[in-house]
Each structure stands twice: as structure tokens, then as C-alpha cells.
Design a protein around this ligand. Structure first.
Ligand code: ZN
Length: 708
């Protein structure tokens, strides 16, 4: 018997241009090709769509893909057409004539993948039409929309169970990126997938760096983060309110970035236009309420920033998950403060939801706060929340890279808590801090709170530090906010032990502002010497995309262009070996990109496998900068620059004579000294002294490099 594997691999390589399957894609694809049902749980960016697109092309007939959003369908069809795949969609955006045209192509067997909205599919007319066609499979994308508990609930999704009754012999594959167990069980029940094979992948988004900072001057912190790490990148900034969205977008625009606001209060055409620009142009920042996101399948979003606290970990995971779908490094950054906690609590208490739901929401917010105040690995905690066991340290979050310190906060907590108690649990944070600091204030005097024992006992901290203490006491459940009394703080049961000194309380030491904005190291996308080519390739991609009316990533992903920089293919055969270059794209664009590569040759000096920092130095050296000028420009020690040049000499790329400002006789003298020292010449210091301390260590290092 022939296995399903070979044809599937052929399709993967020739059409999609990838060498090998990732994760458990292969098992899924083979299972569906051989006619089995499947439920696939895979994080965004894991290559979910290939799991049904490949079986669709291998099995005979048309595959029907159910998708909840028009924008998403259009993106997918556009991308498939670029690959030379016969794909189409049926939804309300088509005129009657266009829809008829698609139906005719379907009858003629000219379509391999049909994307359709659930309400369209479920009409009797469509169902009987499909019964007359050979259907290869049904793929139900975003399958979590069946869950009435989730925020993407679509009632029509629940009716999709009818597919099982009407088409008992057609395999069904349901896919989702939603992690929690309850949704999983609901999908199986609602879609009658009891017999389906379940493929559960890790929900770890390994390429995302998580960082959560305390908000001090949140806007400025955001700008530092964007400017330092994403000066030209596309990203999303989430805010809680429309007003803040507008203000933040304007502020970022004033700083010189293209930042567009997006929220439900803006006209539909403007929102559609904004979304298009985000997809089609490079480097756009969207500032949005949570209304923005679902249906945006842009792979090269390099950062997601939160200027407010999401209301639960599910939302945080989903929103940050929009970064880095292409698998390249991306940042999830957040600044949050005391006001966020108060606002969210207020939302919840004001909501009309039944008591039970309110209680669940409250617990979820507690968990989110827990994640923020955590001093151990963020990723570990995030995955643990979704019942996934991950290593204790990921090395890819702020707490791993820059471990926060604890301090014994029992005494300051006692002061804060007794201040709440002495003022009869009737006041908010600002007032309480004024008392602790002993502020001269009329309201305090009128209330005679300048007479109580806690007045002025907290001068060891400033107001900002006290806000941090109160935030942590609220976040960790020692204090509660009484929203019905304008945010007055109340003591909880939990704080008794602290007030009686029966328990020590450890809190997170507040870092200075600079430290908190230090998220991941900036990761260069290409080697320094490839930057010009990288820009040129991106420009070429933009031009082609513009001409074809598609987003740039539909032509080639960043990762594909980066590989072109690294391997610099010289002909079509070499170009085809680049990951992401399939047959159709090779035929259409191969020559154009080869030409760009040819126009940006690499000098002999820079064609090397040395590290980026060495190449940065070599690049400046090639431009004729002197050693001290390079050191100054790169903010490095002279010695470091010499050691970089020495690496170049050692690799045979540079001649010691062109590096050092010494004549041949001097170099000869140094060489002779080194040789006369024999074994001892391994020590720079010995050589330095043997040469009567005339020549610096850098020069010696370079001559030494030329000898071995
Ligand atoms: Zn970590």
C-alpha cells in the first residue's frame, strides 16, 4: 500500500517551498489524507493551515474550508493563488454574478480549496449543491467559535454538526489556537468529533519574549521600547479605552511613527482602510482597543504592547500571540500600574453579569495580576495556567534575563495596612499615601487624620514607591477595592497574619525605570554586511506586492528574504533551495530577486562567518575609518576594536599592514621579537615588555594574528 506521506511531502516542497514538515504536521496531514477526522490544537504561527491545505491538494475533489471572517478568507485565498493553487471563496462580499461564476468553476472541478462562511454553507441550497460535488474534506477553522463561553462565539458554528450527518464519508478537520481544556471538550461535543484523532501541540510561543514593567511614565516607557527595539517594525499597541487609543496614536505620530487608531467607535470604512494599510504597508503601528485582532493574519507583527492590563490570562495570551506568527523573534511588552487594577475591578463590579460569572472573572483577574507581580519565569507561569509543564526558566522573559529582587516588606505593609484600618477603610490610595507621608492637607486636617498614629510614619518611601506597595498588596489579595465607595481600600482576612507579625511578607523590589524597559536584546534580522541587500530585497518585495495588490508577506516572508541574504543564491536552482520559494514563486519572481542579489555583491572581506560585532567593525574599517574612530563610533574600547581586526587578519581577510599604522620595519621587529620568545609569545604582556613597552597591546595582537 502506498503511504500518504510521499505525495504530501511533494506538495509541501514543490508548492509551498518548504523542505520538511514541522511539529506533528506530517501525522495530521497523513491522517486526514487517509480519510480520518482530526481535531488540531496548535498555537498561531505553528503552521495550522498547511494541515488542511495539503490534504486538500492530495485528495481528489474540492476541500471546503469554513472560516468565520471575510478578511481572513480573502487573505488565505490571495496567498494560495500566489502559490498557484486553485482557490476561491464564497461570502457576502461577492456579487450574485461573481458567486455564480465560482459555482460554475466548482462544478467544472476547477477549484481545489473553497473558503466559505458558516451561514452560507449551512443554507439548504449550498448543502445540496455540495452533495453533487466530490468533496475532498471539510476544514473547520477557528473551531473555538462553537464555544458559547468564549468571546468569539458564533452560533452558526454549532450547527456545523450537520456536516457529519449529510457527508458521513468526508473527513473533517477542526482547528483552533485556543488552549483551554473546556473549549477543547466543547468542540468535540458540538461538532460530533468523538471519533476524531486529537493532535495537541505545545502552546509555547518560543519566539516571543515576554516582559512586564511597572508603569511610571507609561507613554515614555513605550516609546523607549519601540525606539530601541522596533524602530522600523510593525506592531500593535493595546489600550483599554477609546480615548487612550486616540491619544496614544497621536503621540506616537508626533514622535515620527505612522501610528493609526482603531476602535469600535470609528466608521467601518475607516477601520477597513486602517486594517488594509497595516497589512499592505511595512512598519505601521496600530493603536487599538481589543476590537482589533481577530482575523488579522499578518505574520510579521514584531511586537505587541499593552498600555493597560488585559482582563485575564487568556486575553493576554491571545493578544500577545498576534506577534511573531512567522516564527521570527518578537516582543510582548506591557506596562501596568495601580490604576489598571482599580479600573478593571470597577468594570467587573459594575457589570450586570450574574454573580457566578462575576466571581469567575474576578479570579481570572487575580491570576493575571499574579502573572504581573511574579518574580519567577513568566513563560513557565503562562503555560502552567494552560496545564502545560514547561522548564522552570525559559531564558526568554524579563524575569529570566533580569531576575527581580525580593525584599522583606512586612514592616511597610504593616504601616500601609494599619493606615487603612485607622481611617476606617473609607479612603483611596492617594489619600492614604498622603497620610503616610505626613502631607500638609486640608482634607486630612478636617478629618483629624493628622492626629492618628500612622500620620507621617512612612517617609522612608516616596509616593511612587508607596503606590507600588499598595498595588502589590491589592494584587496579592491583602487589600480589596470597594468600588461602591469610590475605590476605598478594605482589609481582607488574609492581612491579619501580617498585622499580627505572624507572617513575613516578601514583595518585588521596584526597579528603576531604566531597568524595567530593558526587555529582550535587540535582535538584528540580518548580518550587518547584509543590511543593504536586506533593504533592497524588502523594497523589491514591496514593489511587487504593490503591483499585485497584495501584502508584501504574501510574496515572500521575512524569513525567506533573510535566507536569501545569508546564502546569496546565484541562479534559479540555488534560489529554489531557499525555504519558502515554491515552483510558482520561483517562476514569477526568481529572476527579479536574483538580479537584486547580483546588484549587491559582498566584498571579499565581508564574505565571512565571523560574528556580527566583528563584521560591524570590519564594515567600518572597509569604509576607511581609523581604529580610534571605529572605537568612538561603536562605543567600544580600542583593544576590542583591535581584537576584531585581529580576527579578520587571522581569517586571512585582512593584511596586518593595512590595519596598523606602522611601517614594514616596525612590523618586522615585532615579528622577530615574537618569534624569539618561542612558547612565551602566547602572553601579550611578555611580548609587550620584551618590546620595551613601545607598541600597544592592540598592535601586538594584530601582528600575532598574522603569524598563526
Ligand atoms: Zn522565563
Amino acid at each position: 500500500m502506498e503511504t500518504a506521506g510521499q505525495p504530501a511531502l511533494n506538495v509541501l516542497q514543490s508548492i509551498f517551498g518548504y523542505d520538511a514538515f514541522r511539529h506533528n504536521q506530517q501525522a495530521i496531514v497523513e491522517h486526514v489524507i487517509s480519510g480520518g477526522d482530526a481535531l488540531v490544537l496548535m498555537p498561531t504561527g505553528g503552521g495550522k493551515s498547511l494541515c488542511y491545505q495539503i490534504p486538500a491538494l492530495v485528495r481528489s475533489g474540492t476541500a471546503v474550508v469554513v472560516s468565520p471572517l471575510i478578511a481572513l478568507m480573502q487573505d488565505q485565498v490571495m496567498a494560495l493563488k500566489q502559490l498557484g493553487v486553485k482557490a476561491a471563496f464564497l461570502n457576502s462580499s461577492l456579487s450574485a454574478a461573481q458567486a455564480r461564476d465560482v459555482e460554475q468553476q466548482l462544478e467544472a472541478g476547477q477549484i481545489d480549496l473553497l473558503y466559505v462562511a458558516p451561514e452560507r454553507l449551512l443554507g439548504e441550497r449550498m448543502l445540496s449543491f455540495l452533495e453533487r460535488l466530490p468533496v475532498a474534506l471539510f476544514a473547520i477553522d477557528e473551531a473555538h467559535c462553537v464555544s458559547q463561553w468564549g468571546h468569539d462565539f458564533r452560533p452558526e458554528y454549532q450547527q456545523l454538526r450537520i456536516l457529519h450527518e449529510r457527508f458521513p464519508n468526508v473527513p473533517r478537520i477542526a482547528l483552533t489556537a485556543t488552549a483551554d481544556k473546556r473549549t477543547r471538550i466543547e468542540i468535540i461535543e458540538q461538532l460530533k468529533l468523538q471519533g476524531a484523532e486529537v493532535y495537541l501541540n505545545s502552546f509555547d510561543r518560543h519566539n516571543i519574549f515576554y516582559a512586564i514593567a511597572e508603569a511610571r511614565q507609561a507613554k515614555q516607557q513605550l516609546w523607549d521600547f519601540i525606539q530601541n527595539q522596533h524602530a522600523n517594525d510593525a506592531g500593535i499597541v493595546y489600550c483599554l479605552s477609546r480615548k487612550k487609543v486616540e491619544a496614544t496614536a497621536q503621540w506616537l505620530s508626533e514622535q515620527g511613527r505612522i501610528a493609526l487608531p482603531y476602535h469600535a467607535g470609528l466608521p467601518a470604512e475607516l477601520r477597513a482602510h486602517t486594517q488594509q494599510r497595516f497589512l499592505r504597508e511595512e512598519g505601521i503601528i496600530i493603536v487599538a482597543t481589543i476590537a482589533f485582532g481577530m482575523g488579522i493574519d499578518k505574520p510579521d507583527v514584531r511586537f505587541v504592547a499593552h498600555l493597560n492590563l488585559p482582563k485575564n490570562i487568556e486575553a493576554y495570551y491571545q493578544e500577545t500571540g498576534r506577534a511573531g506568527r512567522d516564527g521570527l523573534p518578537a516582543n510582548a511588552w506591557m506596562a501596568y500600574g495601580l490604576q489598571d487594577v482599580i479600573t478593571l475591578r470597577q468594570f467587573m463590579q459594575d457589570s450586570q453579569a450574574p454573580e457566578l460569572i462575576k466571581r469567575v472573572e474576578h479570579h481570572k483577574l487575580e491570576a493575571m495580576l499574579g502573572l504581573c507581580e511574579l518574580i519567577t519565569c513568566r513563560r513557565h507561569a503562562l503555560l502552567a495556567y494552560f496545564d502545560e509543564d514547561a522548564p522552570e526558566k525559559c531564558g526568554q522573559c524579563d524575569n529570566c534575563v533580569n531576575p527581580p529582587e525580593n525584599f522583606d516588606a512586612t514592616e511597610v505593609a504593616q504601616k500601609a495596612l494599619s493606615c487603612v484600618y485607622r481611617t476606617e477603610q473609607r479612603f483611596g490610595v492617594t489619600y492614604l499615601i498622603d497620610i503616610l507621608l505626613g502631607t500638609d492637607d486640608d482634607r486630612i486636617k478636617a478629618n483629624q487624620h493628622d492626629q492618628i498614629s500612622t500620620f507621617g510614619i512612612g517617609t522612608e518611601l516616596n509616593a511612587t514607591q508607596w503606590r507600588g506597595i499598595f498595588r502589590q498588596l491589592i494584587a496579592t489579595g491583602y487589600l480589596d477595592i470597594d468600588i461602591s465607595r469610590y475605590g476605598a481600600l478594605r482589609l481582607t482576612e488574609k492581612c491579619r497574619a501580617i498585622l499580627r507579625s505572624e507572617q513575613t511578607l516578601l514583595l518585588r523590589k521596584q526597579q528603576d525605570r531604566k531597568a524595567t524597559t530593558k526587555a529582550g536584546k535587540k535582535q538584528a534580522s540580518v548580518r550587518p554586511q547584509d543590511e543593504k541587500l536586506w533593504e533592497a530585497l524588502r523594497q523589491c518585495r514591496s514593489d511587487i506586492a504593490h503591483k499585485n495588490g497584495v501584502p508584501p508577506y504574501v510574496i515572500f516572508h521575512d524569513a525567506t528574504l533573510q535566507e536569501m541574504c545569508r546564502y546569496r543564491p546565484k541562479d534559479l536552482a540555488a534560489m529554489q533551495r531557499i525555504s519558502g520559494v515554491g515552483e510558482q514563486k520561483l517562476n514569477h519572481y526568481g529572476h527579479v530577486f536574483l538580479e537584486v542579489i547580483q546588484q549587491h555583491p559582498l566584498s571579499e572581506l565581508l564574505n565571512n562567518g565571523l560574528s556580527d560585532t566583528i563584521n560591524d567593525t570590519l564594515l567600518l574599517h572597509e569604509k576607511g575609518h581609523a581604529v580610534d574612530a571605529i572605537a568612538k563610533q561603536r562605543d567600544l574600547k580600542l583593544n576590542t576594536v583591535y581584537s576584531h581586526l585581529a580576527e579578520g587578519i587571522n581569517a586571512g581577510l585582512l593584511d596586518v599592514k593595512e590595519v596598523l599604522d606602522l611601517d614594514s620595519a616596525e612590523i618586522e621587529a615585532i615579528t622577530l621579537t615574537i618569534e624569539s620568545l618561542g612558547d612565551e609569545s602566547q602572553s601579550l604582556k611578555v611580548i609587550y615588555q620584551a618590546l620595551d613597552e613601545v607598541y600597544d597591546y592592540g598592535s601586538i595582537r594584530c601582528v600575532l594574528a598574522s603569524l598563526y
